[in-house]
Design a protein around this ligand. Structure first.
Ligand SMILES: Cc1cc2nc3c(=O)[nH]c(=O)nc-3n(C[C@H](O)[C@H](O)[C@H](O)COP(=O)(O)OP(=O)(O)OC[C@H]3O[C@@H](n4cnc5c(N)ncnc54)[C@H](O)[C@@H]3O)c2cc1C
Length: 461
C-alpha cells in the first residue's frame, strides 16, 4: 500500500476507502462505461475529514479528483490511474429547512431530486431542475453552475446559492454560510467555488434559496412551422403569461422524430413538424391560471403561430411529454455521438443551426445532428452522430464551433469546460481573462492538486 493510501486510511478508516482494484468495478461516469481508475477512492463524512484528506494530499502533491453524481457532460471527473478520488456520496444530509427564511442547508453530496422532494413536503420549491435530477448532487450543481429548464424564471445555480462552505487545497475550511439575500460585506467568496468546476476547492455544504411551491403548474407541447414563429411565440408567452412562464424548451423536428421512433417515446403530436416546444407556467390560482393558459394557446392557434398543441391532463401525462425532451437514449447509439452545449443570441439560432447541420452532412454522408435547447436562455444542445465508426471528435468540434465564432457565441452555456473543451476555451474567453483565471488558480491551489487539467490547459493555451 502506498504512503498516501495509508494516510487516507488513517483519516476515514478502512470502511470508507476503496483501492484501485475495487474502484475498477465502478463505471467512469454516466457517459463513459469503461472501468473507473484511481489509486484510492475515499468517502468522507464530515467537512473536517475532507480538510484532513486535502491536507495529506497537498503535502504530497497528490492530484485529487472530486466526485458528485458523475453526470457532467465534459469529462470533468474522469480520474487517471494515479489520482485520489474524493466522493461526496456519504455527505448527503438535508440539515435544515427554514420556511420563513426561504432557505435550506444541505450537504454537498445531497441528490438534487431528494432536496426538491424534501422541501416540497413543506410547501416549498427548490427550482433548479434538469434531466439528471435523480443522480446529480448539489455540490456538482454548484461546481458546474448548472442551468436546466427553469433558468428563464429562477436563474442558474449561482442565483440559488446564498452561502456555502468549502475546503481549500491545503485543508483550510472556508465557511461562508450566509443566509441573507443581501450581504455586501466585502468580497462574495462563495463565487470562487460556483462554476469553477472543483478547481479551487471542494464544496461541502450550501445554503440554498427556496421559493413557495406554486399552486398550479401547466405545461403544453406545441408544434411550429418555422423558427421565427418559435421566437414570436416565446415573446407572446412572456407578455401574456407575465412572469409565470418558467420553462420553454425547443426540439428540432429530427430530434422529436428520432426519440419517438419505434420503441421510443409515444408521440402525442404528429412526427413531421419542423419544430416543437414544450413549455410550462406556474401560478397561484389553479382555476384562473388554467383558463388563461388555455386562452393563450387558443389565440396562438388562431393566429397560426402554432400549428398543433397538446395539453397534458395529469401529472403522469405531463411527465410523458417532458420525457420526450429529457430522455434521449435512442439517439446515443450507434457510438460515437458527440454532445454540445453552446449559447448564442436567439436571433442567430436558425441560421447557425442550419450551418452546423450542413457541416455535419458535408463531413459524413450518413451523419445526423439532433438539436434541442433552452431557447429562452440562448442555449442549444447538439448531438452529432457521424454514423460511422471511428474517433471524429475534432472534426465534430469544428462543425459546431467554427460557425459559432461568427455569431459571438460561447462554447459552454451550462456544462462547463472540464477536459473536453479545454482547447476551445480561448474561443469564448480572451487571453487576459484566461491569465486572470490562472492567477486565481495559482494563488489558491499552488501545487495544482485540485482537479488538475480541468478548465485550464496544463501548459497554457
Ligand atoms: C440526462 C442529463 C441531463 C442533463 N441536463 C443538464 C441541464 O439541463 N443543465 C445543466 O447545466 N447540466 C445538465 N446535465 C449535466 C450535469 O447533470 C450537471 O453538470 C450537474 O450539475 C453535475 O452534477 P454532478 O453531481 O453529477 O457532478 P459531477 O459530474 O460528479 O462533477 C461535475 C464537476 O464538479 C466537480 N464537483 C462535484 N462535486 C463537487 C464538490 N462537492 N465540490 C467541488 N467540486 C465538485 C467535479 O470534480 C466535476 O468537475 C445533464 C446531465 C445528464 C446526464
Amino acid at each position: 500500500m502506498s504512503n498516501i493510501v495509508d494516510r487516507l486510511t488513517d483519516v476515514v478508516g478502512t470502511d470508507r476507502i476503496l483501492s484501485s482494484s475495487t474502484i475498477s468495478e465502478r463505471v467512469t461516469s454516466f457517459w463513459n462505461d469503461t472501468p473507473m481508475r484511481g489509486t484510492a477512492l475515499v468517502f468522507p463524512q464530515t467537512t473536517e475529514e475532507v480538510a484532513r484528506i486535502l491536507e495529506c494530499c497537498n503535502r504530497e502533491n497528490q492530484p485529487v479528483i472530486t466526485h458528485g453524481g458523475l453526470t457532467n457532460c465534459v469529462a470533468a471527473a474522469e480520474p487517471a490511474a494515479g489520482d485520489v478520488i474524493v466522493s461526496l456520496e456519504k455527505m448527503n444530509r438535508i440539515i435544515e429547512i427554514d420556511a420563513i427564511g426561504g432557505t435550506a442547508i444541505v450537504e454537498a453530496g445531497a441528490i438534487l431530486q431528494n432536496v426538491q422532494e424534501a422541501v416540497a413536503e413543506q410547501g416549498l420549491r427548490f427550482p433548479l431542475d434538469l434531466g439528471a435530477r435523480g443522480s446529480c448532487t448539489i455540490g456538482g450543481n454548484i461546481s458546474t453552475n448548472a442551468g436546466g429548464i427553469n433558468v428563464l424564471r429562477y436563474g442558474m445555480m449561482r442565483n440559488l446559492v446564498l452561502g456555502l462552505e468549502a475546503v481549500l487545497a491545503d485543508g483550510t475550511i472556508i465557511s461562508s454560510m450566509n443566509r441573507m439575500l443581501k450581504n455586501n460585506a466585502g468580497y462574495d467568496l462563495k463565487q470562487l467555488f460556483i462554476g469553477t468546476e472543483g478547481t479551487l476547492g471542494i464544496v461541502t455544504r450550501a445554503v440554498l434559496r427556496l421559493f413557495p411551491q406554486p399552486a398550479s403548474r401547466h405545461s403544453a407541447l406545441v408544434a411550429m412551422r418555422d423558427f421565427e414563429d418559435v421566437s414570436r411565440f416565446l415573446l407572446t408567452l412572456q407578455k401574456q403569461l407575465a412572469g409565470s412562464l418558467c420553462a420553454f424548451e425547443i426540439m428540432w423536428g429530427d430530434y422529436y422524430a428520432a426519440v419517438t421512433d419505434d420503441g421510443g417515446h409515444r408521440a402525442p403530436l404528429s412526427r413531421d413538424y419542423p419544430f416543437y416546444v414544450v413549455f410550462e407556467a406556474e401560478g397561484s390560482d389553479p382555476d384562473s391560471d388554467s383558463r388563461r393558459f388555455e386562452l393563450v394557446l387558443e389565440n396562438a392557434l388562431a393566429d397560426s403561430l402554432i400549428v398543433d398543441a397538446v395539453i397534458p391532463k395529469s401529472e403522469a401525462e405531463s411527465r410523458q411529454v417532458w420525457n420526450i425532451r429529457e430522455e434521449f437514449d435512442a439517439i446515443l447509439e450507434p457510438e460515437p455521438v458527440y454532445l454540445y452545449d453552446v449559447s448564442l443570441p436567439i436571433r442567430e439560432m436558425a441560421s447557425y443551426v442550419e450551418n452546423v447541420k450542413a457541416n455535419v452532412r458535408n463531413r459524413w454522408p450518413n451523419g445526423c445532428c439532433y438539436t434541442i435547447g433552452h431557447v429562452a436562455d440562448g442555449n442549444l444542445h447538439f448531438f452529432v452522430a457521424p454514423n460511422e465508426e471511428g474517433d471524429f471528435h475534432d472534426d465534430s468540434d469544428a462543425c459546431v464551433y467554427e460557425p459559432l465564432a461568427e455569431v459571438g457565441g460561447s462554447v459552454s452555456a451550462e456544462h462547463g469546460i472540464g477536459t473536453e473543451k479545454i482547447k476551445w476555451l480561448p474561443h469564448s474567453r480572451s487571453e487576459t481573462e484566461i491569465n486572470l483565471m490562472r492567477v486565481m488558480k495559482q494563488s489558491i491551489d499552488p501545487n495544482n492538486i485540485l482537479n488538475p487539467g480541468r478548465v485550464l490547459a496544463p501548459g497554457g493555451h
